[in-house]
Design a protein around this ligand. Sequence first.
Ligand SMILES: N[C@@H](CCC(=O)N[C@@H](CS)C(=O)NCC(=O)O)C(=O)O
Length: 211
Amino acid sequence: MAKALLYDYFRSSASYRVRIALNIKGVDYEQQSINLAEGAQKDGDYRALNPQGFVPMLEIDGHRLIQSLSIIVYLDQKFGDPPLMPADPADAAHVRALALSVACDIHPLNNLRVLKYLRSQLDVSEEARDEWYRHWVAEGLAALEEMARPRAGAFLFGDSPTIADVCLVPQIYNARRFSVPLTDYPTLRRADETASAHAAFAAAHPDRQEH
Ligand SMILES: N[C@@H](CCC(=O)N[C@@H](CS)C(=O)NCC(=O)O)C(=O)O
């Protein structure tokens, strides 16, 4: 079977999630960088493979998979240990809710195409665009802090990494890039710190990618 191939971009947080999951599962993979800054995601050749024109996309086991959470669930189901989701259905629902609050409620509002649209079509200033970014991240992280706190351990849920940490760490990386203050989120900072020291997370960091 051919080696897995991940179409990604070093700073794409959705790609960062999939790199973490591949590393946790110990899957050997190659990378093909799609340069978002140069608009390569809109190229006809790439769009023919992924009509959404997003990264990540993963070719694995003869499949072409898109949508980071869908990819991560595939990896979790296919490769088993260590699991990224608790076995208990109610615990799993809680962990999925944490992950989805990042992937569905924070990230899409601040995606590249949204930020570009604010500037180019709506004539929003750079300052106002950055304020938009910080507003939605802060609101989302404040809710996530409250949701996670009662059941967090060293990670967002207990003491081993789950899909919630896989989504959290790239979002915190982005928040720092845009100077979002993180002081009000001690649970999130603790999970981010624990996860960042984990080899699978560290190897997925944008600074460790070629681009
Ligand atoms: N829901 C998708 C989101 C993917 C996504 O938004 N990717 C971003 C990079 S993090 C992208 O490709 N953006 C291209 C653009 O905005 O033009 C997923 O989780 O895979």
